[in-house]
Design a protein around this ligand. Structure first.
Ligand code: G6P
Ligand code: ZN
Length: 543
C-alpha cells in the first residue's frame, strides 16, 4: 500500500466557522475539496504522530464516502490508530466521550449539525481536541491558513475498507478499530444518572416521546431509553438515521420539530417530550402542553442538579453564552457559586470546564451540557430532566412554574431572519454599531439603556480576547436586547435578535412571551432597520 502525495490547488473558502467547515455537499464533492481540508487539519496537529484519532459522523449523505477518504489520509499522515464508529456513525457528544474515555489525541466529526442533509443540502467537518471539545481558534486559524497554501495531500493507495462490522484491522502502518458508537456513551450516562430511579419512573404511568428526527440520536435513544431504562417500545420515534434525515430539518425547536410539539399539545399528550438535532448535541424539552425555553432549561437543571448522583455535591459554577437569558445567573447567585458569560459557541466553555470553574453550561440555541464531555449533549439534558421529574414527582410545567416563582421569570424570545444577503447582514450590524454611543441614557421601549456595546470576551483562563461577539443593549430594569450575525449558516447571512425581560411578579409569569416582549421586539426592528434593509416584514423562525 503506497502513500501517494497528490498535488492539489488551494480553495479560498475553507475557513472554519462556529463549528468547523460547513458547505453544500456539491462543494465538498469537488475534486480534492475534502482532501485539502483534511490535510490542513492534520498539518495543524503536528504532534499527531502515532496517536489515536476518533472518527464518525451523523450519517448524512456523503458521510460514508468521507469516512473512507479520511481513513486513508489518516493512515498516510502518521496517525497510530483510528477508532471509527460502526457504519461511520457517532454523535457529537459521543465523539467527545470516546476521545476522553480512550485518551485519544483528537477526533473528526462529520456533520452539519441541524442543517438539512442530502445531495442538495449540507455537509460539514470539524476537529475536536484531546479534551473532547471543539478545536480552539488557534487551531482553526492554523487549519484555515494551511488550506490557503496547500500544495499536496497524502493518501494511502488502497481500496475501501469495511466499516460495518466491529473489529480491528491494519491500514498500512495504522490500526483501525471499528467500534460500537453507542456503548461508551451509554456507559457514561449510566455513571452520571441513577438508572434504577429512571427505570422506576418508566415502570409507572409516565410516558414520553423522543423524536430523533431521522438523525444520529436514534440508536442512542433506543438503546438508553427503551432497552436500558424500559420506556415502552415506540417511545423513540424517527429513530433510524437516514442519509437525508427523511427530508426534514433536524433542528429541535417549535418550528422544525412541529409534529412533536403538536403531539405534546394534544388532548392525549404524553408527560414529556424531547428532540435532538442532526448530530445529537442539541435538545428541546417539552412537558404536557408546555415548552421549556432553553435558557430556562439550563437554570432549572442547575437549581435541581443535586438530584443527579454525579452532581450530588453541588456545582462549581455555571456558564452561559452571552445571548442566553440571565436565568442561570440568578440561580448561581442564590447557590453562591460563580457564573460566567461567554460568546456564542460551545468552544468558549472548554477552558472553564477544563479548569474546573464550572460544572454546567448552556446556550439559548438549544444546547445544555456539563463537565462530563466537552460538547453540548442532547440526551444528557433529556436524562437530567427525567431525573428531576423522577425525584420530584412533579410535571415539567409544575417544575418550571415553581422555578419562576422562586427565581423570577426571564421572558425570552429569539427572532431569526435567515438567509438574507450577506451585505444586508453587514449593513444591519453597522447601522446598529454607529448608534451605540448615543443610546446610553435614552429611554427606549419604556426602559433606560444602561449599557450599549459590542460584546468582547477575555477568557479568564488563557487571557485570549474575542471581540465583535454581538451587540447588546442592557436596560436598567434587567431587560436586554441583543443582535448578532449567526456564525453557522451556509447561505447568505442570518440575523438573530434576542429579547429578554425579567418578571418577578408571580401573577404575571404565565403570559405569552411574544406579548410581554412586544415593545422590545419593535425596538429591535426599528434600531436595526431590518425591514428597510431586507424587505422582510417578519422573522423566518421564532423560538
Ligand atoms: C452551534 C454551536 C453553538 C452555537 C450555535 C448557534 O450549534 O455549537 O455553540 O450556539 O451553533 O450559533 P449561531 O452562530 O448560528 O447563532
Ligand atoms: Zn448539533
Amino acid at each position: 500500500m503506497a502513500v501517494l502525495n497528490i498535488p492539489t490547488q488551494a480553495f479560498p473558502d475553507q475557513r472554519p466557522g462556529t463549528s468547523g467547515l460547513r458547505k453544500k455537499v456539491t462543494i465538498f464533492q469537488q475534486p480534492h475539496y475534502l482532501e485539502n481540508f483534511v490535510q490542513s487539519i492534520f498539518e495543524a496537529i503536528p504532534d499527531r504522530m502515532g496517536k489515536t484519532l476518533v472518527l464518525g459522523g451523523d450519517g448524512r449523505f456523503f458521510n460514508r464516502e468521507a469516512i473512507q477518504i479520511i481513513l486513508r489520509m489518516a493512515a498516510a499522515n502518521g496517525w497510530g490508530k483510528v477508532m471509527v464508529g460502526r457504519g461511520g456513525l457517532f454523535s457529537t457528544p459521543a465523539v467527545s466521550a470516546v476521545i476522553r474515555a480512550h485518551r485519544a489525541h483528537g477526533g473528526i466529526i462529520l456533520s452539519a449539525s441541524h442543517n438539512p442533509a442530502g445531495p442538495d443540502h449540507d455537509f460539514g467537518i470539524k476537529y475536536n481536541i484531546s479534551n473532547g471539545g471543539p478545536a480552539p481558534e488557534k487551531i482553526t486559524d492554523a487549519i484555515w491558513a494551511g488550506s490557503k497554501n496547500i500544495q499536496s495531500f497524502r493518501i494511502l493507495d488502497t481500496a475501501d475498507v469495511d466499516i460495518d462490522h466491529e473489529g480491528h484491522f491494519q491500514l498500512g502502518d495504522m490500526a483501525v478499530e471499528v467500534c460500537d458508537p453507542v456503548s461508551d456513551y451509554a456507559a457514561l450516562m449510566a455513571r452520571i444518572f441513577d438508572f434504577d430511579a429512571l427505570r422506576r419512573l418508566f415502570a409507572g404511568p409516565f410516558r414520553m416521546r423522543f423524536d430523533a428526527m431521522h438523525a444520529i440520536t436514534g440508536p442512542y435513544a433506543l438503546e438508553i431509553l427503551e432497552n436500558q431504562l424500559g420506556a415502552v417500545p415506540g417511545t423513540v420515534i424517527n429513530g433510524i438515521p437516514l442519509t437525508d434525515f427523511g427530508g426534514g430539518h433536524p433542528d429541535p425547536n417549535l418550528v422544525y420539530a412541529k409534529s412533536l410539539a403538536d403531539a405534546l399539545f394534544a388532548e392525549d399528550a404524553p408527560d414529556f417530550g424531547a428532540a435532538s438535532d442532526g448530530d445529537g448535541d442539541r435538545n428541546m424539552i417539552l412537558g404536557r402542553r408546555f415548552f421549556v425555553t432553553p435558557s430556562d432549561s439550563l437554570a432549572v437543571l442547575a437549581a435541581n442538579a443535586t438530584h443527579i448522583p454525579a452532581y450530588q455535591t453541588g456545582l462549581k459554577g455555571i456558564a452561559r453564552s452571552m445571548p442566553t437569558s440571565q436565568a442561570a445567573d440568578v440561580v448561581a447567585q442564590q447557590l453562591g457559586i460563580p457564573h460566567y458569560e461567554t460568546p456564542t459557541g460551545w468552544k468558549f466553555f472548554g477552558n472553564l470546564l477544563d479548569a474546573g470553574k464550572i460544572t454546567f453550561c448552556g446556550e439559548e440555541s438549544f444546547g445544555t451540557g456539563s463537565d462530563h464531555v466537552r460538547e453540548k449533549d442532547g440526551l444528557w439534558a433529556v436524562l437530567a430532566w427525567l431525573s428531576i421529574i423522577a425525584a420530584s414527582g412533579k410535571s415539567v410545567a409544575d417544575i418550571v412554574v415553581q422555578h419562576w416563582q422562586d427565581f423570577g421569570r426571564h421572558y425570552y424570545t429569539r427572532h431569526d431572519y435567515e438567509n438574507i444577503p450577506a451585505s444586508a447582514g453587514e449593513e444591519i450590524m453597522k447601522t446598529l454599531s454607529v448608534q451605540l454611543p448615543i443610546l446610553v441614557g435614552q429611554t427606549l421601549a419604556g426602559r433606560v439603556v444602561q449599557k450599549a456595546d459590542d460584546f468582547a470576551y477575555t477568557d479568564p483562563i488563557d487571557g485570549s480576547i474575542s471581540s465583535h461577539q454581538g451587540i447588546r443593549l442592557l436596560f436598567e430594569d434587567g431587560a436586554r436586547l441583543i443582535v448578532r450575525l449567526s456564525g453557522t449558516g451556509t447561505e447568505g447571512a442570518t440575523v438573530r435578535i434576542y429579547h429578554e425581560h425579567l418578571e418577578q411578579d408571580a401573577a404575571r409569569q404565565q403570559l405569552d412571551p411574544q406579548r410581554i416582549l412586544r415593545d422590545l421586539i419593535t425596538l429591535g426592528k426599528d434600531l436595526t432597520r431590518i425591514e428597510q434593509l431586507t424587505g422582510r416584514k417578519a422573522p423566518t423562525v421564532i423560538t
